[in-house]
Design a protein around this ligand. Structure first.
Ligand SMILES: NC(=O)c1ccc[n+]([C@@H]2O[C@H](COP(=O)([O-])OP(=O)(O)OC[C@H]3O[C@@H](n4cnc5c(N)ncnc54)[C@H](OP(=O)(O)O)[C@@H]3O)[C@@H](O)[C@H]2O)c1
Length: 328
């Protein structure tokens, strides 16, 4: 077993250029953990927030960025029975994915879904955990309801569209260009709204309002989301790309029985993440097997070029996921 590994660290808070290749000791799995030799690691917007100094790693987590990966199990902790050395897995990570080896609780790992290669599987955990826990477990979306996701062409958005469509919901999405809107509709959105040209509030109200909205924009979108909700609608906030602050008439929440909620995944307990993993294996992995959910991969970069991957992500030119080839 190697003692040292290649990794990319955040040398100081800042722009993409602060991501630098380094050598680090291979991490040692705890009793409930597995050690994964990483083949591919997904890149996510929260990695860029962490790099900029705006999203701290939780206590005990690796300081290296990287919230998801796929690869081979090369060691297991004393209390782990679910996986064995040699198994191929994809996993949600507390951090540390931008490296050749990473540890994570075994309960946060899942088998590679049938029909997917390792690169595609590396793009599943962060978006699937986030979308399922927020849209279904928190937002309560069910078949036949109207669902609106903002940032429809993002990693989160492309996953949310496919999962909601597979559940039998009527799916609406917003995105910032005609090309992005076309992708959203190809993935299963009944209507993608180019927010530079049309008002999503008008579109949704004409349809009777959204039952669930998944929002990452915040700011001026918050009051507009409330207007776009149907009676008993649920607004689920997962980020605030514009602003976390807004002025809102809360009478609407009371009179139309609305729910405003939200969550972040990373600080949740290991047990909470394990419950989401179980739900994914039962409900979402069959969608992958049936061809209803497939990660949309925009581009891949070698691990050492993580800075270029972040620059692309922050340009918002990408559609879907960006992935790092660590040791394919
Ligand atoms: N709460 C959680 O647990 C959790 C977990 C994972 C991710 N997230 C959040 O979810 C969001 C998506 O993550 P991701 O990894 O899928 O990122 P991503 O692929 O980079 O997507 C972000 C998208 O948001 C849109 N956007 C950017 N700035 C915007 C603005 N000011 N107003 C409106 N739209 C804007 C862009 O599309 P357009 O060109 O269409 O504007 C961009 O494609 C991020 O904000 C991330 O922090 C939250």
């Amino acid at each position: 077993m190697d003692k040292m590994m290649r990794a990319v660290e955040i040398s100081q808070p800042g722009g993409p250029e602060v991501l630098v290749p380094v050598e680090r000791p291979v991490p040692v799995p705890g009793a409930d953990d597995i050690l994964i030799r990483v083949a591919f690691a997904g890149v996510n917007r929260p990695d860029a927030l962490q790099r900029a100094g705006a999203y701290k790693a939780p206590p005990g987590a690796s300081d290296l960025p990287g919230l998801e990966a796929a690869g081979e199990v090369v060691a297991v902790g004393a209390a782990v029975s679910r996986f064995s050395v040699g198994d191929r897995v994809c996993a949600l990570l507390p951090g540390g994915g931008y490296a050749e080896y990473v540890t994570t609780p075994a309960a946060h790992a899942l088998p590679i879904p049938e029909g997917l290669d390792l690169r595609a599987a590396a793009c599943l955990p962060e978006t699937c955990f986030t979308v399922w826990s927020n849209v279904v477990m928190r937002g309560g979306l069910t078949g036949g309801e109207r669902f609106l996701v903002h940032g429809g062409s993002s990693g989160i958005g492309t996953t949310a569209i496919q999962i909601a469509a597979a559940l039998g919901a009527r799916v609406f999405a917003t995105a910032g260009s005609a090309e992005k809107c076309a992708v959203c509709e190809k993935l299963g959105a009944e209507r993608a709204i180019n927010y530079r040209e049309a008002d999503f509030v008008e579109v949704l109200r004409a349809e009777g309002g959204a039952d669930v909205i998944l929002d990452m924009v915040g700011g001026s979108y918050i009051a507009r989301n409330v207007k776009a909700l149907a009676d008993d609608g649920r607004l689920v906030q997962i980020a605030f790309l514009e602003s976390p602050k807004a002025e809102l008439n809360f009478a609407q929440v009371m009179l139309r029985r609305l729910t405003i909620t939200g969550s972040t995944l990373r600080p949740q307990s290991d047990a909470a993440k394990a419950r989401i993993a179980q739900a994914l294996e039962a409900e979402v992995w069959p969608m992958v097997k049936a061809g209803r959910l497939e990660p949309v991969i925009d581009s891949a970069f070698p691990l050492e070029r993580a800075a270029d991957a972040h620059a692309l992500m922050e340009s918002s030119r990408h559609i879907g996921k960006i992935v790092l080839d660590v040791a394919p």
